[in-house]
Design a protein around this ligand. Structure first.
Ligand SMILES: Nc1ncnc2c1ncn2[C@@H]1O[C@H](COP(=O)(O)OP(=O)(O)OP(=O)(O)O)[C@@H](O)[C@H]1O
Length: 242
């Protein structure tokens, strides 16, 4: 098992947030706009220097790892990622193999298939819809076969069928020993599919634990300021406002 442990303060954005995540689990990071979710994910990926605190992967501070090793180990999907060149989808996804310095044709093919991109593989990315583009960017991360997947709102642009297919893929990947950390705005997806939920509120941790506890109606009322009720059975819950 691998572990990422963080103890973080980022001026004006995160205040003494501690978190420890393990492989084999899907961890969701939830919270209102501006709560610090993307900031936390960037810190966990080693992309944002932290003034106070530390992020360690298996007790090794991330900033002491070589960038190549870090890139092989941690796959990061930013929110609204840019695509600088008008590559074909296959070539974009192949960029995920850069840290490994190989073509990784089998891994690229697997990632294309996991994201249902085979019909678009030879198409320039400029000719994709928003959701297809989001899937191509995530496929690039998966092609790198990282031990950790850190993805910022990976489901936001996807239709319900692709959301469910992808969350199923994340769950299987976690079962195979990968650590999956997802920023999610959809609280029902977090409730039904995450093993663990971290809730941030204005830069501080408001809850951390199993989804039933971390996303209780009380927490939702306190953090989001919205009265809401959970209906349905565990694993198939729906959040009803009011
Ligand atoms: N580059 C930056 N420099 C300074 N402050 C920033 C920067 N990026 C974001 N912030 C601020 O830090 C806080 C946390 O931002 P962050 O993007 O982490 O929030 P978030 O929870 O991901 O929000 P959202 O749900 O809107 O994506 C916000 O108040 C934001 O305005």
């Amino acid at each position: 098992m691998s572990l990422i442990a963080a103890e973080l303060t980022v001026e004006g954005r995160l205040e003494e947030v501690t978190a420890a995540m393990q492989t084999g689990q899907v961890t969701a990071i939830c919270g209102p706009n501006g709560a610090g979710k993307s900031t936390l994910l960037q810190c966990l990926a080693g992309l944002l220097p932290t003034e106070g605190g530390l992020v360690a992967l298996d007790h090794r501070p991330l900033d002491q790892m070589r960038s190549c090793e870090r890139a092989q180990t941690i796959g990061y999907l930013p929110q609204n990622g840019e695509i600088a060149w008008d590559l074909t989808v296959r070539n974009l996804v192949s960029l995920g193999r850069l840290p490994h310095r190989d073509r990784g044709e089998a891994e690229v093919a697997e990632a294309l298939s996991a994201l249902d991109l085979d019909p678009f593989a030879e198409r320039p990315v400029s000719q994709l819809s928003g959701g297809e583009r989001a899937r191509a960017l995530l496929a690039r991360v998966l092609a790198g076969t990282p031990r950790w997947i850190l993805a910022d709102e990976p489901l936001a642009a996807l239709d319900i069928a692709h959301q469910l297919a992808l969350i199923g893929h994340f769950r299987r990947t976690a079962r195979d020993g990968v650590g999956v950390v997802l920023v999610l705005h959809d609280l029902a997806l977090a409730m039904n599919y995450a093993d663990r939920v971290i809730v941030l509120d204005r830069g501080v941790k408001a809850a951390d634990g199993d989804p039933q506890m971390a996303l209780s109606e009380d927490v939702i009322a306190r953090v989001w300021g919205v009265p809401a009720r959970w209906l349905g059975e565990p694993g198939a819950r729906a959040l009803i406002p009011g």
